[in-house]
Design a protein around this ligand. Structure first.
Ligand SMILES: Cc1cc2nc3c(=O)[nH]c(=O)nc-3n(C[C@H](O)[C@H](O)[C@H](O)COP(=O)(O)OP(=O)(O)OC[C@H]3O[C@@H](n4cnc5c(N)ncnc54)[C@H](O)[C@@H]3O)c2cc1C
Length: 361
């Protein structure tokens, strides 16, 4: 396994449960890259993704996407509950909202589609946030602390005979029947299969990198002069605000995370982007203080469906990338799908996520 973020550690854990010995090779420390800066919404409500998929590929593909993510959500929740993982897990609703009258038609369309797909959706005129015009509500979703959850999975990989090799960079992969050889900064590793879970793939990168559209999100951790509203919130309007609360360790207080997505990756604009997010939050909520800020980015594929599966012209090399800002349940999809593929089991989701789609995109 190359990559110690949520994709790599989830797949490593699921493969360990199959009885395989897994080595996780991580260039830095685990959970210190994109996953270390996520907002950790554990939801199958992925913005307007169902509308986009059904428009482009039809209802059947949107159904597969919904089923895969519903199954992943259930699996992650059962991992947390069955193992009593202490990771700030809380069931809560997820809201896709608009602040503009013009956005209501889109929201109604998404609700109608989500209901056709059997998703737990309903329309609501109000939300726990006071400034919304209307929203789609998904019940039975959850929030958690991904780092606390993933440290448990990493420990389990080691407890089951595997290893987590930090500060070890993967450099190249060569297929050598009956498996593959991973070349790393600390020597070669021979394995039956290699999974590339490095967010941006380092292998066959010229196939994926030019097709990605990276989007960065600038996030603030703020305290309010009032009780912090419940729920996880995501806005379909231009600023694409993403909001949710997080308990502050050792206190009864809750922090509110408020983030806005932006296409700009220009580092010189960072301060201006934080100011924009703060202005957005101050216009809508009574801020008491701005305590934290951070940014990170994720990769989107052209059709918004991640690339998960066997890489082009290969028998033993797999990839999981292009999560488009929704890597929490998608990592569960990747773990389940890749485990099935490596174990030689049929899976209904392989064609939907097939990375060879990248060539045509
Ligand atoms: C601000 C923000 C908020 C988000 N909020 C949510 C949310 O609320 N809900 C949700 O579902 N999704 C969310 N996402 C998306 C989600 O966080 C990501 O999709 C997910 O964390 C990506 O995980 P990953 O394992 O692919 O990548 P990473 O966490 O980046 O892991 C990849 C790892 O690979 C390592 N690596 C790279 N190259 C090599 C190499 N050559 N050799 C060895 N190791 C290597 C890196 O060091 C890194 O540790 C958010 C994204 C952003 C940007």
């Amino acid at each position: 396994m190359v990559g110690g973020g949520i994709a790599g550690l989830t797949a490593a854990y699921m493969l360990s449960l199959e009885g395989l010995r897994v080595a996780v090779v991580e260039a830095m420390r685990v959970i210190m890259d994109v996953t270390g800066f996520t907002t950790g919404k554990l939801t199958t409500q992925h913005g307007q993704v169902y509308g986009l998929i059904s428009e482009r590929y039809g209802l059947d593909k949107a159904q597969l996407y919904a089923d895969a993510n519903q199954a992943a959500l259930a699996r992650i929740i059962s991992i947390i509950e069955d193992n009593s993982i202490d990771c700030d897990f809380q069931r809560t609703d997820s809201w896709l909202f608009t602040e503009e009258s013009a956005g209501l038609e889109t929201i109604h369309g998404e609700v109608e589609l989500a209901l056709k797909l059997g998703l737990p959706a309903s329309y609501s005129e109000t939300t726990p946030m006071p400034f919304t015009k209307g929203a789609m509500r998904f019940e039975g979703q959850a929030q958690f602390h991904p780092r606390k959850y993933l440290m448990f999975l990493a420990d389990q990989v080691v407890a089951r005979g595997g290893s987590v090799l930090e500060n070890t960079r993967a450099l190249d992969i060569a297929e050598k029947e009956p498996g593959a050889v991973l070349k790393t900064s600390h020597g070669d590793i021979t394995a039956g299969s290699v999974i590339i879970a490095t967010n941006t793939p380092f292998y066959q990168s010229s196939l994926y990198a030019p097709r990605f559209s990276p989007t960065r999100s600038y996030v603030l951790g703020v305290k309010l002069e009032q009780q912090v509203p419940e729920g996880m919130h995501y806005c379909i309007d231009d600023h694409a605000a993403s909001i949710r609360n997080q308990p502050l360790p050792g206190t009864d207080e809750r922090l509110l995370m408020v983030g806005c997505w932006d296409k700009s990756l220009d580092i010189s604009e960072t301060e201006a982007q934080y100011e924009k997010v703060e202005a957005y939050a101050r216009e809508r909520l009574p801020l008491a203080s701005v305590d934290y800020h951070w940014f990170t980015q994720d990769q989107k594929t052209p059709d918004r469906i991640p690339w998960i599966g066997r890489v082009k012209d290969s028998r033993h090399i797999y990839v999981a990338t292009g999560f488009g800002g929704w890597g929490m349940t998608t990592s569960g999809v990747a773990g389940m799908l890749l485990t099935d593929m490596i174990a030689g089991r049929d899976t209904p989701y392989a064609a939907l996520y097939d990375p060879s789609r990248a060539i045509q995109q």
